[in-house]
Ligand binder design. Sequence first.
Ligand code: ADP
Ligand code: MG
Length: 168
Amino acid sequence: MAREKERVVEICTDSPEATGELAKKLGSRLRAGMVLCLVGDLGAGKTLFAQGIAAGLGVLDEVTSPTFNLMNLYAGRLPMAHFDLYRLEDEAELDEIGFYEYTDEPRGVALIEWADKFPAALPEAYLRVELTPGDTKEARHITFSPVGGGYDELMASLEALGKGRPDD
Ligand code: ADP
Ligand code: MG
């Protein structure tokens, strides 16, 4: 377990399009039950990343930021629940918005922006995706770290993608 936590993949992108493409590839590889915690400041690219994931899941509807309504649900190859906890003040409200239902939903995937606000509410296993600014305006460092089990295959795909070696 400890060793798994140390396994981290960092990929740098130099444009919104590159981030979107990377997220789309990841989205096409997601399996039912997976949870992605998207961490990073305002404007880091969390929603853009979620849009790429949705594209990879075959979601046809437009994916918008759930900042105000806290959660949006989409139908794709797998159902996708997209949360944004930025405006949520009280952890108790998570229950009301169906948070646990979807982070514990074996048939779909959940994406959580500002997941680090309520660490105790996160499921046992998830993939942490942290976006931080790079040297230029359009550069981002994206760090993927699995917490708990079940993300080995995805991490191997990400390693290959990071080396510019598509695995499909
Ligand atoms: P967040 O949800 O983290 O607040 P958004 O995804 O809404 O952020 O916005 C990210 C903004 O940063 C977008 O306007 C996007 O075009 C811009 N951007 C510039 N470069 C990148 C990049 N490499 N990856 C992601 N977004 C980028
Ligand atoms: Mg956002």
